[in-house]
Design a protein around this ligand. Structure first.
Ligand SMILES: Cc1cc2nc3c(=O)[nH]c(=O)nc-3n(C[C@H](O)[C@H](O)[C@H](O)COP(=O)(O)O)c2cc1C
Length: 194
């Protein structure tokens, strides 16, 4: 099979990482693959914040736990969000699974393609990471807390601009999990009109 398609099909989310930081050349290649993603109207307004400072990352994790634990769970709430809130209330919650690198992708507030452009970047990075045997996992928690003033202020101190919104983020690092086989896709549908 074509290598790119094989890489896409073999990628799995990594949720247990080694402490060891990823090599600089691998990180650069992954980030470059990300910014080579297409963007609506070729706008290229995404902003990648690459967290590798463990003190800053730990501070962010503590703030995320603190802010999630203030939220009340209600019936019908998105299950994964409920999971983050419950885990935060218990304590010791690490939303990015102790990954040594977290890439936060932000884009301009009010820009209609903010999410689409950001996720194109994220997907490119996940595939590039897989091709280099670097583990990755899509992380939604910072997007859920995008309008939280404590998190927003903290991210601003790290380089987020006032007019930017957090769309998604990606945990990156060497996997500490057994290689998993590709998950069978049973949901997504294809309809041919020929
Ligand atoms: C929009 C989106 C949000 C996601 N958010 C999270 C998340 O916050 N935490 C997490 O552990 N995985 C997250 N995932 C990963 C999915 O759970 C995962 O891709 C899915 O279960 C399929 O498994 P696979 O990636 O191993 O193929 C997210 C994936 C997508 C596409």
């Amino acid at each position: 099979m074509n290598h790119v398609i094989e890489t896409i099909k073999n990628r799995r989310s990594t949720r247990k990482f080694l402490e060891e930081p990823i090599r600089e050349d691998e990180l650069s290649a992954i980030l470059e693959a990300g910014i080579y993603a297409p963007s609506g109207g070729n706008n290229q307004t995404s902003h990648l914040l690459v967290f590798q400072n463990q003190i800053v990352l730990n501070e962010l994790k503590q703030l995320v736990e603190q802010e999630f634990s203030k939220i009340e769970i209600y019936e019908g709430m998105y299950k994964s969000l409920q999971g983050s809130i419950s885990a935060s209330k218990k304590g010791g919650y690490d939303f990015s699974y102790h990954a040594p690198t977290l890439v936060v992708i932000a884009n301009k507030k009010g820009y209609g393609n903010a999410m689409a452009d950001s996720v194109c970047i994220l997907e490119n990075m996940m595939i590039a990471a897989e091709s280099l045997s670097v583990g990755s996992c899509y992380i939604n928690q910072l997007h859920w807390l995008d309008e939280n003033p404590v998190i927003h202020e903290f991210l601003k101190q790290q380089g987020l601009e006032e007019d930017e919104t957090v769309c998604c983020s990606l945990a990156l690092g060497y996997s500490d999990m057994k290689k998993q086989s590709p998950l069978k896709r049973t949901g997504n549908r294809i309809t041919y009109i020929r």
